[in-house]
Design a protein around this ligand. Structure first.
Ligand code: COA
Ligand code: AMP
Length: 631
């Protein structure tokens, strides 16, 4: 079937479309309704249905003749180690870990926070939770203790799973002190921590609270899959919003399994047995969907890579992994390719490797600049597919669906809406804009299976963040346009979210931290353009009138404070002290205007600015750190 026909089927008869997709999943009880709108706008997919996501990801392949096929390849240049797990081995180890969790009192509906590096045990931890119906919440390792504490307070996990350390190129990052500090800061306290001691660092254990991972697994018996409702939550994943407080995106079991399986086949064109590599981190949605669930549900071999595109050891790292594991498709963020291009602009490292099994490169997570796309395509001689999605949707909203029909590529556009998504572009009043005009990109409700069902413990915030701006539509938070061929062009965020190396961060969260510094009167944080990471945060702070300290002493403190409160992943390395912030007469800080000035882009003088002269002052200060250069 061709794209247009498939898309129309999904729009005209979503119940039939998704029922057919759901037939590829093993259900313990069939659903009563494919789409249940009785609680709209909280739509439910496959209500009445019962299944287990871990069973579908592991056990059923073991039972159906794929027991000895490799399920997971762990490739870790930072520890010089590799390990493979067949579906049987992975199932067995997950079943034992699930037994250990059960011994710790974890059962269906309990939350489990996972704060771990890119090691096989992290994947096992997620699947073990799914096996017993516990709700996992993975927290990315590059976040600081305060961020972890905030997530602990929101999710209230019975148990936290962690490891003694992570490894960043050649630095050992001790996780245990961060974990201990987070639990000290959080109001809610987990009953236990299950801790994996990695050979690179030995963590001190707290008596009574901390349990050794290996020991717990040695003492545990394997447990079977627990049946859960299709509508029961599988996981919570926190993401940045407009405010400093992260939003707990909730994903269900049934709709998620169906969407994952459908998307890996139809968007990524993966057949069972193919080898799929998502070079991301399990702490992000890409890792949840395409390192763990989708490839395993589809009986693919998935690669877990503990390394970077460059520096582990060189810019040929990705080619080495592709050759060695006969990878068929790679999914990563454009920033990873910009990093490779920077170090190896002519692609000399590629010459050493045989990429004959490699069919496609998929890029997402941030806007893909045409230069990067063209460079990758010229070098690799395979289709390079830009696709657009977000933590909330869990899978692509717009893509060239290679498993359906490859459409012509227009560099800079993630192609057309994926079947299941009714994407529209609206103006401020809620009218559809004309072709080519920029507006707010929305998805008409109901969204397809697999998208967020709510925000954890906060239905009201779900409604006001996403559904109240345009009733009947989900607000993506992205602005852009559709062209005359219905290709979508995603241009910018409409909120205070910035995208640093494919990582989504909130400028509101940065501002809260800067404002907590005793010398800061007020501040703004903007995302400025960066050739490698896409965007970088830049802080602008106004000091209190009585501060006499030198700004060269204060700026490093601001930088250290953000690293301590948000984490190294924030990549906050630049701040300037200014006399005053540009504002409208009603007091709104003109962040967009400052951003244009920093990026040396044309801007319209805001009609409501209270004092235009401030903009020149800011431009001068920005020039001292290399921004606002017009030449
Ligand atoms: N645990 C602890 N610290 C972490 C971490 C983790 N899991 N992940 C990143 N960090 C730290 C890094 O060590 C770095 O710290 P530093 O300031 O001390 O150098 C900081 O967070 C920023 O990390 P990163 O964003 O990885 O930047 P980088 O400069 O080390 O590398 C790239 C740049 C482009 C190579 C890197 O961003 C990359 O590989 N990106 C791939 C894209 C990706 O995975 N995106 C995810 C969504 S698809
Ligand atoms: P995250 O939730 O971290 O995956 O970030 C999602 C956001 O990243 C989206 O809302 C977009 O702003 C941006 N994004 C992701 N993929 C793309 C893409 N292919 N093109 C443009 N922006 C993208």
């Amino acid at each position: 079937m061709k794209y247009q026909e498939t898309y129309e089927h999904s729009m005209n008869d979503p119940q039939d479309f998704w029922a057919k997709a759901a037939a590829e999943i093993d259900w313990q009880r069939p659903w009563d309704k494919v789409l249940d709108d009785s609680k709209a706008p909280f739509y439910q997919w496959f209500s009445g249905g019962k299944l287990n996501t871990c069973y579908n990801s592991l056990d059923r392949h073991v039972n159906n003749g794929r027991a000895e096929q490799t399920a997971l390849i762990y490739d870790s240049p930072v520890t010089s180690s590799k390990q493979t797990f067949s579906f049987r081995e992975l199932r067995d180890q997950v079943a034992v870990l699930a037994g250990a969790l059960s011994n710790m009192g974890v059962s269906k509906g309990d939350r489990v926070v996972i704060y771990m590096p890119m090691i096989p045990e992290t994947v096992m931890a997620m699947l073990a939770c799914a096996r017993i119906g516990a709700i996992h919440s993975v927290v990315f390792g590059g976040f600081a203790a305060d961020q972890l504490a905030e997530r602990i307070d929101d999710a209230k996990p019975k148990v936290i799973l962690s490891a003694s350390c992570g490894i960043e190129v050649n630095k050992v990052i001790l996780y245990k002190p961060l974990l201990d500090s987070a639990i000290e800061k959080s109001t809610y306290k987990p009953e236990h921590c299950l801790l994996l001691q990695r050979p690179q660092a030995q963590a001190d254990m707290i008596d009574g609270r901390d349990i050794d991972w290996q020991q717990a697994c040695t003492q545990a018996q394997p447990v079977d899959c627990v049946t859960v409702a299709a509508t029961d939550p599988l996981y919570i994943l926190y993401t940045s919003g407009t405010t400093g407080k992260p939003k707990g995106v909730v994903r269900d079991n049934g709709g998620h399994a169906v969407a994952m399986l459908w998307s890996i086949r139809h968007v990524y064109n993966m057949k069972p047995g193919d080898i799929f590599w998502a070079a991301s981190d399990v702490g992000w949605v890409v890792g949840h969907s395409y390192i763990v669930y989708a490839p395993l549900l589809n009986a693919n071999t998935t690669i877990l890579y503990e390394g970077k595109p460059v520096g582990t050891p060189d810019p040929g790292a990705f080619w080495r992994v592709i050759e060695e594991h006969k990878v068929n498709a790679l999914f990563t963020a454009p920033t990873a390719f910009r990093a490779i291009k920077k170090e190896d602009p002519h692609g000399n490292y590629l010459e050493k490797y045989d990429l004959s099994h490699f069919r496609t490169l998929f890029l997402a997570g941030e806007r893909c600049d045409p230069d990067t796309l063209n460079w990758a395509e010229d070098l690799l001689k395979v289709p390079v597919i830009d696709h657009w999605w977000q933590t909330e949707t869990g899978w692509a909203i717009a893509a060239d669906c290679l498993g359906i029909e490859q459409l012509p590529i227009k560099p800079g556009s993630p192609t057309k809406a994926v079947p299941g998504y009714d994407v529209q572009v609206l103006d401020e009043q809620g009218n559809n804009v004309a072709e080519g005009d920029i507006g707010n990109i929305v998805i008409k409700l109901p969204m397809p299976p697999g998208c967020l069902t709510t925000l954890w413990n906060n239905d009201a915030h779900f409604i006001d963040s996403y559904l109240s701006r345009y009733p009947g539509y989900y607000l993506t938070g992205d602005a852009g346009y559709a062209d005359s061929d219905d290709y979508l062009w995603i241009m910018s965020r409409i909120d205070d979210v910035i995208n640093v190396a494919g990582h989504r961060l909130s400028t509101g969260a940065f501002e809260e931290v800067l404002a907590s510094h005793p010398d800061v009167a007020e501040c703004a944080v903007i995302g400025v353009a960066d050739k490698l990471k896409g965007e970088l945060p830049l802080g602008l702070a106004v000091l209190k009138a009585d501060v006499t300290r030198d700004s060269s002493d204060i700026v490093p403190e601001l930088i250290a404070l953000v690293r301590e409160k948000i984490g190294p992943v924030a990549a906050f390395k630049q701040a300037i002290i200014i006399e005053r912030l540009p504002k409208t007469r009603s007091g709104k800080i003109l962040r967009g205007t400052m951003r244009s000035i920093a990026d040396a882009k044309d801007y319209k003088m805001p009609a409501t600015i209270d004092d235009p002269a401030i903009l020149d002052e800011i431009a001068e200060t920005l020039k001292t750190i290399g921004y606002a250069k017009t030449e």
